[in-house]
Design a protein around this ligand. Structure first.
Ligand code: BGC
Length: 717
């Protein structure tokens, strides 16, 4: 099929067939369920019939080569023009081999492993028949109350953009020629990660400057890497729902950025223009969404029921519809579906690839690189001593995290299973449930703990306490679990807390009562193995937080790259009261962005800078020596931040511009060199232009965003 043939195909299509291409429905609609009466209700509610389903363009959430091939075959038998269906699914952090949640992957700062995780996810999904993955989710978020922070790689513009590219590369490779690839769909456009109060789906209101400075770059990075699709967001942006937002999608995404791929609404978001109160009925919603640039309507039927009518009435042109249809057909063509509608769906290869030892090993490696050591008072690594493991996550399979629908508990390595490979006589007890407990279960845990030399306490949030619609106003670990930790601590023995959660929590009490704290996030299928490797020192922790941990929920949003204010608290002439501060909490996060410990210790030499001035053509070299001062080999993530001292708009106190992850043998020293180019000094000006200004800058290097050394330099024209 070539472009010319594609246009001919479009010319042959009836209006009904065209609008059908724009409809995406979930799998049950295609399983002939209406014959058995199973989905008659939903079809009636949507005002669609069997004929509409025969014209539909894509399927949501299907998986399994056999099922997908059956659906495709049956569909093509009844499709007049033989246009194959597209199968799309949320393959967010793995398909059946589940990798750590993206926020955890963010803490690895490891682009190679991140890319590999997407490559493996794509391979497992592709042989199961999936064509498009609804990932990466790159919504920048600074508010841990929002449950979906676990789906993005964190709070930083540069780090998120770098990860966005890695994920897209992993999913897509060269989509048209590489085997086992899926098209990638970046989401949720735009600024879905900034809902007021952290409440999911809530209002987003921000200046264009802030949008361009912080929130848009990661979507753009994904598109620069060739990402084929974009998904709209549920939220309003400056008064207009994203899904009906012409300025956002036609003007910015399509015209300014030149995106000509497929734009899909989020689930039901076209019809949500009604409750948003910007469309009086489904017909108006259809008109707004198509005019704004949405090609595919996910899970509602405003397009299919009203676009023909809108065209007949002259409210929208058929050309506008044709553009959308052509984009969808073009994606089908790119994926080779006209030649091979089953693409890589293959039952034999499903058996061979899914959860293979190679995939599991990659999941184990990435999990161990994502686990952050937050505190260690000489307790870790554990030795082959008498150990008790207590807490509701000790034996839990709920460690895959949200968006792991294809991952199975029976394939999951729990913490106790992982630890038993190191100490066969591990003592275990739950101690309590996630939110409830009893004196009896508490006492059982205490009794086990009494027999041990060291106690590991596995605490956290159930996975459904984060993720979509998982906002929380209280971001502490449930009280019953903290009580368990305190009781165990009273025994006077060394205590290690291992935390399972989908967001930065308020962990002050945990930090106080545990001698060591390990942030496991939701580590995925191989979580228990990876954690045991870390706890027993087979793997030396190297991860660093990609999102700040607040001191208290009242500080939220708290993020490292904030602005100075006119009354900074730490200015030399600061007053006692009239400065920007809380009366009852510090300004700083409890644990800053970029923070994480290792079993090694690292010493940084004095920062060197190659010159005091730089120009566009003469970049600067920043160098520092890092020494592993311990007897243990380890990895350190050396971070480079910049501050523009005087800008035309305010500049963050620090902005991450580069980093290097280095491996140092015991006692080894390495020189780390960073190049600073003019391009890295650009920012969004008041007229929205992205450029640099001549003037003075400060550069910082260190092992986290707070403990840094700095030097100044000047950019000259
Ligand atoms: C989510 C999307 C997801 C879609 C399809 C929505 O509820 O917001 O991220 O891709 O469902 O499952």
């Amino acid at each position: 099929m070539n472009d010319h043939q594609l246009k001919e195909l479009l010319n042959e299509m009836t209006l009904e067939e065209k609008t059908g291409q724009l409809m995406q429905l979930a799998t049950p609609f295609f399983k002939g369920a209406s014959d058995s009466g199973q989905i008659t209700g939903p079809m009636q509610d949507m005002g669609i019939n069997d004929k509409d389903i025969i014209n539909a363009g894509s399927v949501l959430g299907a998986s399994g080569a056999k099922e997908i091939k059956n659906i495709q075959k049956k569909y093509l038998e009844s499709s007049r023009l033989n246009i194959p269906l597209l199968f799309m699914s949320d393959i967010v952090h793995g398909f059946k081999t589940i990798f750590p949640v993206p926020l955890a992957i963010g803490c690895s700062w490891d682009m190679e492993l991140a890319e590999k995780s997407a490559e493996i996810a794509a391979k497992e999904a592709a042989v199961s028949g999936v064509h498009v993955s609804f990932a990466p989710m790159v919504d920048l978020s600074r508010d841990p109350r929002w449950g979906r922070v676990m789906e993005s790689t964190g709070e930083d513009v540069f780090l998120n953009s770098t990860f966005a590219r890695a994920f897209v590369r992993g999913f897509q490779g060269n989509l048209e020629s590489d085997k086992y690839k899926v098209a990638s769909c970046v989401k949720h456009f735009a600024a879905y990660g900034a809902p007021e109060g952290g409440r999911d789906y809530n209002t987003v209101d921000m200046s264009e400057w802030m949008l361009r400075e912080s929130y848009l770059p990661a979507y753009k990075a994904a598109l620069d890497e060739g990402c084929e699709m974009v998904m709209t967001a549920f939220n309003i942006l400056n008064g207009i729902p994203s899904t009906g937002n012409k300025a956002l999608m036609r003007d910015l995404l399509r015209k300014e950025w030149g995106f000509d791929g497929v734009l899909i609404s989020d689930w039901g978001a076209v019809k949500e223009l009604l409750p948003h109160g910007v469309a009086a009925n489904e017909k108006e919603a259809a008109e707004q969404a198509l005019k704004a640039g949405v090609d595919i309507e996910m899970m509602t039927s405003c397009y299919v029921n009203h676009l023909s009518e809108l065209i007949e009435e002259g409210k929208i042109t058929e050309d506008l519809l044709d553009e959308a249809v052509l984009r969808i057909l073009t994606l089908k063509k790119k994926l080779g579906l006209f030649e091979n509608p089953h693409r890589f769906a293959n039952e034999e290869e499903e058996k061979e690839f899914i959860l293979s030892s190679e995939h599991r090993a990659a999941a184990r490696e990435l999990a161990s690189k994502s686990i952050v050591l937050l505190k260690n008072e000489k307790v870790l690594p554990l030795k082959k001593e008498k150990i008790a493991l207590v807490g509701p996550f000790s034996m839990s399979t709920d460690i895959l995290g949200p968006w792991s629908w294809a991952g199975a508990p029976e394939d999951t390595i729990t913490l106790d299973q992982g630890m038993k490979n190191y100490v066969a006589d591990l003592l275990t007890a739950d101690g309590c449930d996630i939110e409830t407990g009893s004196e009896k279960t508490l006492q059982e845990a205490v009794e086990k703990a009494k027999q041990a030399d060291k106690i590991v306490v596995a605490l956290g949030e159930r996975s459904d306490m984060s993720g979509e619609a998982g906002s929380r106003a209280d971001i502490r670990i449930p009280e019953v679990q903290v009580d368990l930790l305190k009781k165990i601590k009273e025994l006077g023995k060394p205590v290690v807390a291992v935390l399972f959660n989908g967001r930065p929590l308020d962990i002050k009490e945990v930090m106080e009562h545990a001698d060591a704290v390990v942030e496991a996030w939701y580590p995925g299928t191989e979580g228990g193995h990876a954690l045991a490797d870390i706890l027993f020192g087979k793997v030396n922790p190297s991860a660093k937080l990609s999102m700040s941990f607040p001191y208290s929920v009242g500080q939220v949003p708290v993020y490292y790259n904030h602005y100075n204010t006119g009354r900074p608290k730490d200015a030399p002439d600061a007053q006692v009261r009239y400065v920007s501060q809380y009366l009852d909490a510090p300004n700083e996060a409890l644990l800053p962005f970029g923070y994480g410990l290792s079993y090694s210790t690292f010493a940084y030499s004095t920062l060197e800078i190659s010159a005091e001035t730089m120009t566009k053509d003469e970049p600067l070299i920043i160098s520092i020596e890092v020494k592993n001062t311990s007897g243990t080999a380890g990895e350190e993530i050396v971070q480079l931040y910049v501050r523009d001292l005087i800008g035309q708009v305010v500049r963050p106190l620090k902005e991450l511009k580069d980093f290097q992850k280095i491996h140092l043998e015991a006692g080894e020293t390495q020189q780390v060199n960073f190049t600073i180019t003019e391009e890295q000094l650009r920012y969004i000006h008041p007229d929205m232009e992205y450029k640099s200004d001549a003037g003075e800058f400060e550069v910082f290097v260190g092992g986290n965003s707070q403990d840094v050394q700095s030097k100044r330099f000047t950019l000259i024209d």
